[in-house]
Design a protein around this ligand. Structure first.
Ligand SMILES: Nc1nc2c(c(=O)[nH]1)N[C@H]1C(S)=C(S)[C@@H](COP(=O)(O)OP(=O)(O)OC[C@H]3O[C@@H](n4cnc5c(=O)[nH]c(N)nc54)[C@H](O)[C@@H]3O)O[C@H]1N2
Ligand SMILES: Nc1nc2c(c(=O)[nH]1)N[C@H]1C(S)=C(S)[C@@H](COP(=O)(O)OP(=O)(O)OC[C@H]3O[C@@H](n4cnc5c(=O)[nH]c(N)nc54)[C@H](O)[C@@H]3O)O[C@H]1N2
Ligand code: SF4
Ligand SMILES: [Mo]
Length: 750
């Protein structure tokens, strides 16, 4: 018997990006533990991390491309084919639609796990460019798009997202986030709960604003219950208190911040008394919160899903950052800070073109493009509404919009009307069952990992790369996406992804050589390309990553900077590389046209006026609104086929307060029908005092009972699809983000 071997890699399953230690025996994973020597996660692991191996071993996970035979998902069969056969069918399908209906007739949806897969992170963009279609959608518009838009307006770059400096702050004000279950989002902080404990142990305070008394709220110093969808009122009222009491002090960023006076005037009507009537948070508490924020030595204001997936998501997102700015807590240790990841250049002139939206509009409901996407809430209508530009073929990559997007049943029906659909996905699920061809990428243990998006959001600068643990016969995700890009480009593009890789590698090297003051100005592309591609075990994504890292903020510039980073250095550092505590990055990273932090972008001021105008309606005391929730052992829609994660008590339940349950005649464990403007579901009732009266909650990502889903365990514990209830007409107009929290519903016993 061979000796056990140890392998280290980053867990790709959520944003926390924990370091894992895998013990391998006889070619299989024997055990997965947290890597205690990992510089960022220090041994932390959650129950999902150890399930990585079960996902890899899941018999329902596709290992080869499959082609659907039959039109009805309930009776269709799937035939395994070779990669070449699969791509031939995809070519005929996609090019046929392009020829018959034009380029906009091929649409695409990109889902969340793509952001966790290096192949998709690198090759979704080339695929989108090659499509030349305006019909691009993603999970961003059921998630964080409001943050991109507010960052775009404030800092000129939608990717400049400040994170709370958890390890140094004295005050964490958290809204609409539940890191005890989610492990944190737009804030990569493995062991978020441990970091929260540390804040309190060093004498700091944590205040959590949430309609539910979550585990996060329970482990805070204070829980402030709030009516769903009203955070913008609370936050604007806090700003108005700061101005009214002369507590505004911008600190070091004052000299390059503009628009303070305009904001002061705009927030004036939002008094604490007015906000109290709308939010349910009393006026004295609002005043105290503003004063506490101003008085704290250092403070952070961190808002997530609950503040973003609402009708004023962008405004609420802006207001969290505006509060940090106005209290001197932006871009300073212990406040909100900008990470600098190893693949980022960190260069910048401190100004740029700024951010705007609306270069194009969606065909049916005229929504503006935001970051070159349309709201996913508009996907179904773009498929079903005839006319020029109607979507007739769809590419999905790492997404399950039939469970994750508003009015999901309507989208489910719409997918059945497509002329052709191809999905890049390891499972045949609620969405991909509609595909003509499913192209499965390898498992997370068969690929390279570098958590690019999330190291750029980490509370401590850090880098970690790992190569594949197991070999695979399958194509890498980059190969699949590159082949798709070539197909949609047209016959002239050929079929060899290597051509695309060479183009991208040479292009990246050429730009690095051409940079002003480039340390490699005297080198040639050919010479550098040889260095990057020397190791035959590395793949295209590794080559591209190596270039980014070597020419990044900590890079070795191909030897020009001694002791700098390269992929070789990361490969030799199984526990990751500690790149130090976060450091101030303003004003160099600004990309606004004015070269200032633009507090008072006209779009934001207009939205403040919109909030002012719409807040007249007082909440109806008898009405119920629906919100979501997350559970530590789940992850959106796709980890319910792992028995250790789903066994035990039913988790897809309706949480309701005892008073509401009594009033409506609901009993714990009984069933309730929940109905919204657009749909209805029947769901088991779970009565709990940990939710506000007037608010009910159902988690998303469930509803695996649809015919044709190939997931044995998930189908046995299907739950219901809460997105049958969410309303595609309800959007945050600035970002196109769907409203997923605060949906008016009625509830009745069954
Ligand atoms: N009501 C309500 N709805 C919500 C939310 C909510 O809070 N409430 N949250 C929203 C949020 S934040 C998000 S991010 C979305 C998620 O929405 P989606 O991204 O649409 O859905 P996921 O459930 O993440 O499904 C991911 C798909 O990726 C596949 N997959 C897994 N790993 C890989 C891989 O390595 N490569 C590829 N190609 N595919 C892979 C899975 O099989 C699955 O089909 O849901 C949103 N929907
Ligand atoms: N275990 C697990 N982890 C996950 C995921 C998962 O599905 N399961 N999904 C991952 C993804 S894609 C994401 S984006 C992140 C999300 O990470 P988080 O943002 O932490 O998401 P949630 O746990 O849903 O927490 C949102 C909280 O907002 C509250 N809320 C709802 N409406 C409002 C409101 O109007 N105002 C306020 N203040 N609060 C409100 C809800 O009660 C809930 O407690 O989690 C990631 N991690
Ligand atoms: S917290 Fe996230 S990254 Fe860490 S082990 Fe769990 S799923 Fe993986
Ligand atoms: Mo998400």
């Amino acid at each position: 018997m061979a000796a056990d071997t140890i392998h280290h890699r980053t867990c790709p399953l959520c944003e926390a990006s924990c370091g894992l230690e895998l013990t391998i025996r006889d070619g299989a994973v024997l055990r997965i533990r947290g890597d205690r020597e990992n510089a960022l996660s220090k041994g932390f692991i959650c129950p999902k991390g150890s399930a990585l191996q079960r996902l890899h071993e899941d018999p329902d996970r596709l290992r080869a491309p499959v082609v659907r035979r039959g039109d009805d998902p309930a009776t269709a069969t799937w035939e395994e084919v070779s990669w070449d056969e699969a791509f031939a069918i995809v070519e005929e399908g996609l090019r046929g639609v392009q020829q018959r209906h034009g380029r906009n007739a091929v649409g695409a949806y990109f889902g969340n796990p793509g952001v966790h897969s290096l192949g998709a992170v690198m090759f979704n963009a080339p695929l989108i460019r090659a499509m030349g279609s305006m019909n691009i959608f993603s999970a961003s518009t059921v998630d964080q798009m409001p943050k991109h838009v507010s960052s775009g307006y404030l800092f000129g770059n939608p990717l400049s997202i400040p994170v709370p400096d958890l390890d140094r702050t004295d005050l964490l004000l958290m809204l609409g986030a539940n890191p005890y279950e989610s492990n944190g989002s737009l804030c990569t902080a493995p062991d978020f709960p441990g970091r929260m404990r540390a804040i309190r142990e060093r004498g700091g305070r944590i205040i959590t604003v949430d309609p539910r008394n979550t585990r996060t709220a329970q482990n805070s110093d204070e829980w402030i219950p709030i009516r769903p969808g009203t955070d913008a009122h609370l936050l604007l009222a806090m700003l108005s208190v700061l101005f009214a009491e002369d507590l505004v002090d911008l600190g070091a960023i004052a000299e390059f911040t503009s628009g303070v006076a305009e904001v002061a005037a705009a927030v004036e009507p939002f008094t604490p008394e007015r906000a109290a009537a709308i939010t349910g948070v009393d006026a004295a508490t609002i005043v105290r919160l503003a004063r506490e924020l101003a008085a704290a030595d250092t403070a952070t204001v961190y808002g997530r899903i609950g503040t973003h997936t609402v009708g004023f998501g962008t405004l609420a997102s802006w207001a969290t950052d505006a509060l940090a700015i106005c209290t001197g807590n932006m871009d300073t240790p212990g406040g909100m800070m900008f990470p600098l990841a190893a693949h980022e250049s960190g260069r910048g002139k401190g100004r740029g073109r700024g951010f705007s939206t609306g270069r194009r509009h969606s065909r049916v409901r005229n929504y503006p493009e935001v970051r070159s996407e349309f709201p996913v809430a508009a996907l179904a209508e773009e498929i079903t509404t005839p006319g020029d530009g109607q979507i007739r073929a769809l590419i999905t990559v790492a997404g399950n919009p039939v469970l994750s997007t508003p009015s999901a049943d309507r989208l489910d029906a719409a997918l059945g009307e497509l002329e052709f659909m191809v999905s890049v996905d390891p499972w045949c699920n609620e969405t991909t069952r509609h595909a003509n061809v499913i192209l499965p990428p390898p498992s997370a243990l068969e690929r390279s990992d570098y958590h690019m998006a999330f190291f750029a959001l980490a509370v401590h600068n850090f880098a970690d790369w790992s190569g594949p643990l197991f070999p695979t016969e399958s194509l890498q995700e980059s190969d699949i996406l590159a082949r798709l890009a070539l197909i949609v480009t047209g016959p002239e593009a050929g079929t060899d992804p290597q051509g695309l890789y060479d183009l991208m590698i040479d292009g990246a090297l050429q730009s690095a050589i051409a940079l002003p003051d480039s340390p490699i100005a005297d080198r040639t592309v050919a010479d550098l390309r040889r260095m990057v591609t020397a190791d035959p075990s590395r793949m295209a994504v590794d080559h591209l990553l190596d270039i980014m890292i070597r020419t990044g903020a900590y890079g070795d510039w191909f030897g020009a900077v001694p002791d700098g980073l390269s992929l070789d250095v990361l490969a030799a550092s199984p526990h990751g590389v500690d790149l130090g505590a976060l450091e101030p990055r303003l004003p160099a990273m600004l990309r606004t046209a004015s070269g200032t932090v633009e507090l008072a972008n006209p779009a934001i001021l207009d939205d403040i006026a919109r909030l002012d105008a719409t807040s007249a309606t007082p909440p109806d005391p008898d009405a119920l609104v629906l919100i979501g929730r997350r559970d530590l052992r789940s992850n959106n829609s796709w980890m319910h086929n792992v028995n250790v994660l789903v066994k035990g008590k039913e988790r897809c339940t309706l949480n309701i307060h005892p008073e509401d349950a009594a009033r409506l005649g609901l009993v714990d464990g009984g069933e309730a029908e929940v109905a919204s403007r657009v749909g209805r579901v029947v769901v088991p009732v779970e009565i709990t005092g940990d939710i506000l009266p007037g608010v009910v909650s159902i988690p998303h990502g469930w509803g695996h009972s649809l015919p044709g889903v190939r997931a044995g365990i998930a189908s046995g514990r299907p739950g219901v699809n809460t997105n049958v209830l969410t309303d595609p007409e309800q959007l945050d107009p600035l970002s196109g983000n769907a409203v997923l929290n605060g949906i008016p519903v009625t509830v009745a016993p069954v």
